[in-house]
Write a protein that binds this ligand. Structure first.
Ligand code: BEZ
Length: 207
């Protein structure tokens, strides 16, 4: 199977981290695709009508998207601890932390598009600051609730932790000036430990 993604994408990184954590990378080829909303990649559009990365093309030609669906699928390919707990209170915590981390990534990517892709004359500062407020609100919640994310050095990372790790990694990559660590020491400590995982080291974002 083939993962279509981009080296800067926090959503593609989330899928790659899950694949590494769960030992399924040997079943996968990783294909870099350049696509943006105004210039969608043609091949990607054939595999996913939304023309969004990441998209996983299975060996029989069927496609899976979005990143959550792909991670859920990868979880069926191994017999270890699942990244998405099947049941119990922890399932709802993990899914909600995942939604928060992915929502922060989405808002940050929209800010990046707004600041870099959109022609200057069409930019809308209030929209940009509304998206950035989501990022900052997520950071503040995570700082106050770092215990909910769970042990960064646990043998088995879950999908909530991975989504938060990829969101923070994307902020460092594209929004280093935000300086989010300055007022969030607990989250900074958590991320420092989580970043030591081989899966995170091997998937650092690049342009
Ligand atoms: C970026 O260059 O920041 C980016 C590229 C692809 C997806 C998301 C973000």
């Amino acid at each position: 199977m083939k993962l279509l993604t981009a080296p800067a994408s926090p959503f593609g990184r989330k899928v790659k981290v899950v694949a590494i954590e769960k030992g399924v990378t040997e079943m996968m080829a990783f294909v870099a695709v350049a696509t943006t909303p105004p210039t969608p990649n043609e091949q990607l559009s054939r595999d996913n009508p939304l023309a969004k990365i990441p998209t996983l093309v299975l060996d029989d030609g069927r496609s899976l998207y979005d990143s959550f669906v792909i991670c859920d699928y990868l979880d069926t390919l191994h017999s270890g601890e699942k990244v998405i707990p099947a049941a119990g209170a922890r399932r709802w915590e993990v899914l909600t932390v995942h939604a928060l981390g992915s929502g922060m990534s989405e808002a940050a990517v929209l800010c990046r598009y707004e600041s870099v892709l959109r022609p200057e004359a069409l930019r809308w500062p209030d929209w940009l600051s509304g998206q950035m407020k989501k990022v900052v609100g997520g950071l503040d919640w995570l700082e106050a609730n770092v215990a909910v994310i769970g042990n960064a050095r646990a043998a088995d990372a879950d999908l909530g932790q991975i989504a938060v790790g990829c969101a923070l990694g994307y902020l460092d990559f594209r929004f280093a000036d935000l300086g989010w660590r300055a007022t969030r020491p607990a989250l900074a400590g958590w991320f420092m430990e989580f970043s030591e995982r081989a899966s995170m080291q091997r998937t650092m974002p690049t342009a």
